[in-house]
Design a protein around this ligand. Structure first.
Ligand SMILES: NCc1[nH]cc(CCC(=O)O)c1CC(=O)O
Length: 317
């Protein structure tokens, strides 16, 4: 790989924060002097169709692909060399010619409880208003507290935090990782348990996307965190089998302890009244083993949930 190594990024604060982190990590891995990083590993800002569209309904029709299309085109056309995505927003299949070359060490995978007036999820009063755009978080919250009134909360992290601070909701839920990367952790009142709020597949991890031909580039191995990659293989195996998307209440979380990978995966009905969960272990798995475990457990969950597929509601995250 020759310099410059151009990182394509959206202009959102979160995208810029994530791209900046990876820019510095690549600089360190390739021994680029601090003063030369901006020229050796430049950030190239790309405005996507998703960023341009103001109309919510059009965004819902186009889906998340609207936020990645121009970036992937720029990779394929050779205008940029690297793109960084939140793993949980990356679809199961990569476009022809592109790949996820590296997965850096995962941040905290938990969901955060944010509230102006209440210290914890359990402290919410009867009938409290909870803001989220995620069907998974809605279902998991209602499974514990069917009395809560779940309301749609859209927008970027700053917008959502402002609405929580304004008291538009009694509480909101966001990924700890996004807030940490933005450097705004003060509003977190509680980090929710991984068991009750089993995260979305890939939550807290980043995906480093390149052209398939660059998969063995020298910086790739330096950025990849093998344990995280194993966990993500398991979680995304489950996601694929569950046909998980932003429109289903699906969770999957894997961790490695003493060489053993532990995977939990589940699906819930949107109102949280039904929950199908499987757990499994593998000792010293390869990525293919981890993916196969995920597919098997996800397939079992999918089979148990049967026809009770969740309604394709207009929720995401
Ligand atoms: N659905 C939006 C989204 N996609 C990625 C993140 C940040 C968390 C991550 O990196 O996994 C968020 C915000 C959130 O869920 O709070």
């Amino acid at each position: 790989m020759t310099f410059p190594l151009r990182i394509g990024t959206r202009r959102s604060k979160l995208a810029l924060a994530q791209s900046g982190m990876i820019q510095r990590a690549i600089g360190r891995a390739l021994n680029v002097p601090e003063a030369e990083i901006e020229t050796a590993v430049p950030l190239v800002e790309i405005v996507t169709t998703g960023d341009r569209i103001q109309d919510r309904r059009l965004l819902e029709v186009g889906g998340k692909a609207l936020f990645t299309k121009e970036i992937e085109e720029a990779l394929l056309a050779g205008r940029i060399d690297i793109a960084i995505h939140s793993m949980k927003d990356v679809p199961a299949e990569q476009p022809e010619g592109l790949c996820i070359a590296a997965i850096p060490e995962r941040e905290d995978a938990r969901d955060a409880f944010i509230s102006r007036d209440f210290d914890s999820f359990d402290a919410l009063p009867f009938g409290a208003r909870l803001g989220t755009a995620s069907l998974r978080r809605q279902a998991q919250a209602l499974a514990l507290r069917p009395d809560l009134k779940v309301e749609m909360l859209r927008g970027n992290i700053d917008t959502r935090l402002r609405r929580a601070a304004d008291g538009d909701f009694d509480a909101i839920l966001l990924a700890v990782s996004g807030m940490t990367r933005l450097g705004v952790t003060d509003p977190i009142r509680e980090k929710l348990s991984l068991d009750a709020f089993l995260p979305a597949p890939g939550q807290g991890a980043l995906a480093i996307q390149t052209r398939a031909a660059d998969i063995d580039a020298d910086w790739v191995a330096a950025l990849n965190h093998p344990e995280t990659a194993l966990c993500i293989a398991a979680e995304r195996g489950a996601m694929t089998a569950l046909e998980g998307s932003c429109r289903t209440a699906v969770g999957a979380y894997a961790r490695i302890e003493q060489d053993t990978l532990h995977l939990t995966t589940e699906m819930l009905s949107p109102d949280g009244s039904a929950r199908w969960r499987r757990v499994g272990d593998l000792f010293q798995p390869t990525e293919a083993d981890a993916r196969a475990l995920g597919q098997r457990l996800g397939g079992e969950v999918h089979a148990s949930a049967g026809d009770q597929e969740v309604d394709p509601a207009t929720l995401d995250g």
